[in-house]
Design a protein around this ligand. Structure first.
Ligand SMILES: [Zn+2]
Length: 126
């Protein structure tokens, strides 16, 4: 099994970055969840003002926006957890496809990426 070539201090740095983002994300998702609760209430009360203000965002628009955000949050959370697991498995920073080290700038930009830039490009063109 290939092991990460990143130093302990580099791994620690990314663990901190990922943890911080994870906390931020949980916070955002909690706020989102509350907003969703409010929209759900307005929808069930039947105070849907679609007809009065056709130009403004409707409650159902708001609902799909929030559920979309929430789904994105769930996905990102999964990626963050997977990245943190790879740190503890010493697999972090290695491409999941070809096994080469992922460039540091790429990891800084997307710490939870599992593919090196070449494999990511290949995956995109599929
Ligand atoms: Zn690769």
């Amino acid at each position: 099994m290939a092991t990460s070539r990143l130093s302990d201090s580099t791994l620690e740095h990314f663990a901190t970055v990922l943890q911080r983002r994870r906390e931020e994300l949980l916070h955002l998702m909690h706020a989102n969840d509350e907003a969703l609760g409010q929209v759900r209430e307005s929808l069930s009360e039947g105070t849907n003002d679609d007809e009065h203000d056709p130009e403004g965002p409707t409650m159902s628009d708001e609902w799909s926006k929030l559920t979309g955000l929430q789904a994105e949050g769930v996905t990102e959370l999964r990626e963050l957890d997977a990245a943190l697991e790879r740190i503890s498995n010493h697999e972090f920073g290695m491409c999941a496809s070809c096994g080469t080290a992922i460039g540091r700038p790429r990891l800084e930009a997307r710490p939870y990426t599992t593919l090196c830039i070449d494999c990511a490009r290949k995956a995109e063109t599929h």
